[in-house]
Design a protein around this ligand. Sequence first.
Ligand code: NAG
Ligand code: NAG
Ligand code: NAG
Length: 317
Amino acid sequence: MFSRSNSPAMKFICVTLLIISGITDSRSEQYEVVGPADPVLAVAGEDVILPCSVKPNTSVVDMRVEWFRLDLIDSQLVHLYEDHVDKNTNQIESYRGRTKLNHQELQRGNASLKLSSVRVSDEGLYKCFIQSKSWYDDAIVNVSVEGNMFNSWRTSVILISVFVVLSVIAGILIAVFAHKNKERDQLLKTILPKGCFYFEVQVKGQTEWDLGVTRQSANRKGWISLSPDNGYWIVGRRDGEYQARDSPDYSFSLSVNPQRVGVFVDYEKGLVCFYDVESMSHIYSYTDQCFNEKLYPFVCLGYWSNGNSTPLIICDD
Ligand SMILES: *[C@@H]1O[C@H](CO)[C@@H](O)[C@H](O)[C@H]1NC(C)=O
Ligand SMILES: *[C@@H]1O[C@H](CO)[C@@H](O)[C@H](O)[C@H]1NC(C)=O
Ligand SMILES: *[C@@H]1O[C@H](CO)[C@@H](O)[C@H](O)[C@H]1NC(C)=O
């Protein structure tokens, strides 16, 4: 590669050439290489011209024009024009096929380099080095790449569009959901009986029973746990103990065994209360329940065969 340093050998060649061409001719060979005063602004993806020309205005067709990166360490050649042709075999890989010297313009002293499809990595300092048989000079071109202006603008538009679309979808879903909920509430209001109901069950003489309420759709077949999860809100008596299958199951005893149990249901409050009618005392309450169906009285003479022939009597007088 050609040595750019101001080496003694180089000086010697120049001096020799000057002497050979004659002192009188030497002045006409002198020129100044001029670059842009300000940094060149390039936009990623677009093309850019790196200006460089000689002053006074002479043809550089017979000269060597070398464009190289000043700020890279290993490989530096961006574009080389020598012996009337482009010689880019040693060019930096990333510039392959993207540099162009206009040979017509070279005749007019214009050695500007056209760089196509600018990349962010193109940003940096370039030197435009022009060498004739007896003279050389160079100019520095500072290239600054606006890598993200266009991209960020496009990204913003995409992000805003996505946000708007998602907002609209979310809005529609919320509206639909709210409407459905309202419809469901209204439906429930028409289906569910308003307010409360109350009934009493005579359990006198029975030692094993379950009673309370159940919803219409509750499973009635097979082995069923009589729990609110399965649609049963009951209190049972077994082996002298009382049980509510709330979560968790709750067992308790009563000082006086009730003869008549009152069951009070409040749909809106989600309440099922059990009372001992005679002593007017509270037995158990299921609270904060969610009833989305009509409830019916439920009575049962225990899980196992019950030899006791005393009936349970539902009284709603
Ligand atoms: C130099 O040549 C380039 C094309 O390579 C052109 O765009 C630019 O205008 C020319 N400059 C002058 C001063 O003619
Ligand atoms: C050099 O001179 C020619 C006319 O001879 C002109 O067309 C051209 O623009 C000049 N180039 C520069 C870089 O000034
Ligand atoms: C090149 O230009 C940029 C501004 O675009 C500036 O920040 C930087 O200092 C310049 N580099 C040189 C060596 O002049």
